[in-house]
Design a protein around this ligand. Structure first.
Ligand code: HEC
Length: 441
C-alpha cells in the first residue's frame, strides 16, 4: 500500500514539475530525455522479458509500462548490484556470444530513466523490434520427459529422467533447444548421454526408485557424457558450424531436472529438448568434463574442512599431451569453443584458465560469485587453441562456514567435512569444455 501511495505522490510531483498540472493520468512526458516506449522497452524486452513475463521464472512480468514503472526501485537495486539479468561470467575475463548481461550503455540508460522518474512517453515512439533468430535451424528430434512430473521435495527437487535415443545409426547432435514445460519451477536442465554399455546400470538405478525417474543431484550416477546445459533465459544452443557430438544407436539420454518451488507451489512439469542432428560432421565435437583427472579428487581427495569459510583447490595439466597419450596419438592441438563450470551448493567462485608454455596466462571463464541456480554454457567469441605444453587450469573456492550451509528439510545443516561426490552435500570442481581436435594428417 505504501508503495502505491509513494508512486502516486511521485507522479503528482513529477507531473507538476513538468508543468502538466495535477496528474490524474500518469504524465506521458514525451519530451523527456529518456522515455519507456522510445528507449527502455526495447532494452527490457530483450534483457528482462525473456524471464519476466506471466508464467515464467521471473517473479513478476516486466514487459509493460505499468509493471516496469511499479518495480523501478527494485530494478534499480538489482541492476546496481549486477544481479539482474543473472549473468555470472566476469566480462573482464573473456567475451561470450551468448552474454545476456546489460551493456554499459543499457545499464546507464535504465538507471538514468529510473532516476528521472521513469517517464512513459508515447507508444508510437516504440522502435520496431529487431527479430533476432533464436531458434534452431530445424528441430529434427524432440525428447520429452516420460510423464508430467510434480516435484515431491521442497524447496529443491533434483530428478533424472531416462529417455530413449531413437536413432538407429550413428548421429551427431549439432544443437539443442530446451523448452521448459513449467517455467515457474524449472530451474535447470542438464542433458547427458549414456553409452549402450552403461545402459543396464542406468535402467537398474531407474527401476529402484518409486515414481518416474530417480533422485540425482550432481549427475546421473553412471558414466555419462554431457550433451548440453540450460538455465532459464537461455535460448537455443548451436555447436560451432561443422561440429557435433556423436551419439551411438542404443544410447539413452538422461534429462536431469532441477526444480525449485520457493516461488511457486509444486506443479506439474513436462519439459522437452529439441535436437538438431546431422549424419556427418566435419569435426567431431566433444564435451569433455575437466577436473583433477590425475585422480586426486575422487574419493577423499578434495577435502573441504567443516567450518572453514575459504577453501581452495586448484589443478592444472597439459591436457593435449594427456589426450594424446590416452587416445589420440596424432593430436596436435585442441580448440575450445564453449565452457562451463560446475560446483555444488557451497561454491564461492571458480575459474578456468590457460597457462601457456611461455608462462603467459589467458582467462577462459571466471565466475566470481558462484550461483548454483544459474548454470549454462559460455560460448567463447574467440575460440582458444591449446598446444602440447599449454596447461588448462581450474580453481574452485568454497565456503563451508556454519552461515553458508544449505537448508535441508527446512533446517540449516551443520557443517561437515565435504569431499568430491554427486550428493547434495558433496562438492565438485568441474569444468565442462566443448572442444574439437586438430590432428596431423
Ligand atoms: C534469466 C532470467 C532473468 C532475466 C533475464 C532477468 N531476471 Fe529478474 N529475476 C529472475 C528470477 C528467477 C528472479 C527471482 C529471484 C532470483 O532468482 O534472484 C528475479 C528477480 C528480479 C527482481 C527482484 C524481485 C523481488 O521480488 O525483489 C527484480 C527487481 C528483477 N528481477 C528485475 C529484472 C530486470 C530489470 C531485468 C532486466 C534488466 C531482469 N530482472 C532480467 C530472472 C531473470
Amino acid at each position: 500500500m505504501r508503495a502505491t501511495a509513494w508512486t502516486f505522490l511521485t507522479l503528482v510531483w513529477v507531473g507538476s514539475w513538468l508543468g502538466c498540472g495535477p496528474a490524474t493520468d500518469p504524465p506521458k512526458q514525451q519530451t523527456a530525455e529518456l522515455t519507456y516506449y522510445r528507449d527502455i522497452k526495447p532494452i527490457m524486452d530483450a534483457k528482462c522479458a525473456n524471464c519476466h513475463t506471466q508464467d515464467n521464472i521471473g517473479p513478476m512480468p516486466l514487459n509493460n509500462y505499468e509493471m516496469a514503472h511499479k518495480f523501478r526501485d527494485f530494478s534499480k537495486l538489482q541492476i546496481e548490484q549486477n544481479k539482474m539479468p543473472p549473468w555470472k561470467g566476469n566480462d573482464q575475463c573473456n567475451e561470450y556470444t551468448n552474454n545476456i548481461a546489460l551493456t554499459a550503455e543499457e545499464r546507464q540508460k535504465l538507471l538514468r530513466w529510473i532516476e528521472i522518474g521513469s517517464p512513459q512517453g508515447d507508444p508510437k515512439d516504440t522502435p520496431p523490434t529487431q527479430t533476432k533468430s533464436s531458434g534452431l535451424e530445424k528441430a529434427d528430434l524432440t525428447l520429452t520427459l516420460p510423464v508430467a512430473y510434480v516435484p515431491t521435495k521442497t524447496p529443491d527437487d533434483y530428478r533424472c529422467f531416462v529417455v530413449d535415443w531413437p536413432q538407429t545409426s550413428t548421429t551427431y547432435i549439432t544443437g539443442y533447444h530446451v523448452k521448459a514445460g513449467n517455467r515457474k519451477i524449472a530451474h535447470h536442465l542438464i542433458a547427458y548421454v549414456v553409452a549402450p554399455k552403461e545402459v543396464p546400470k542406468l535402467l537398474d538405478l531407474d527401476s529402484k526408485e518409486e515414481g518416474p525417474g530417480y533422485t540425482c543431484f550432481g549427475g546421473p550416477k553412471v558414466n555419462a557424457g554431457w550433451v548440453g546445459a540450460w538455465a532459464p533465459g537461455g535460448g537455443a544452443q548451436l555447436y560451432p558450424k561443422g561440429t557435433g557430438i556423436k551419439i551411438e544407436p542404443g544410447s539413452k539420454i538422461v534429462l536431469q531436472m532441477h526444480y525449485n518451488v520457493l516461488q511457486s507451489n509444486p506443479e506439474p512439469d513436462q519439459s522437452k529438448i529439441e535436437f538438431q542432428l546431422a549424419d556427418k560432421v566435419e569435426k567431431e565435437g566433444l564435451l569433455v568434463p575437466y577436473s583433477n583427472i590425475l585422480g586426486g579428487w575422487n574419493g577423499k581427495g578434495m577435502e573441504i574442512p567443516a567450518g572453514q569459510s575459504d577453501v581452495k583447490h586448484e589443478f592444472k595439466a597439459d591436457i593435449v599431451s594427456l589426450l594424446k597419450a590416452r587416445s589420440a596419438p596424432k593430436l596436435e592441438s585442441i580448440t575450445i569453443h564453449s565452457v562451463t563450470l560446475h560446483l555444488h551448493l557451497l561454491g564461492k567462485s571458480a575459474q578456468l584458465y590457460v597457462k601457456r608454455s611461455n608462462a603467459k596466462e589467458d582467462c577462459v571463464l571466471d565466475i566470481p560469485k558462484w550461483d548454483f541456480n544459474w548454470q549454462y554454457m559460455y560460448d567463447l567469441k574467440t575460440p582458444i587453441t591449446l598446444k602440447v605444453g599449454d596447461e588448462l587450469g581450474i580453481v574452485c573456492r568454497w565456503d563451508n562456514s556454519p552461515e553458508n550451509q544449505p537448508i535441508i528439510d527446512g533446517k540449516r545443516a551443520i557443517p561437515q567435512n565435504v569431499y568430491w561426490g554427486d550428493g547434495t552435500r558433496d562438492e565438485m570442481c568441474l569444468g565442462v569444455v566443448y572442444l574439437t581436435y586438430n590432428t596431423t594428417p
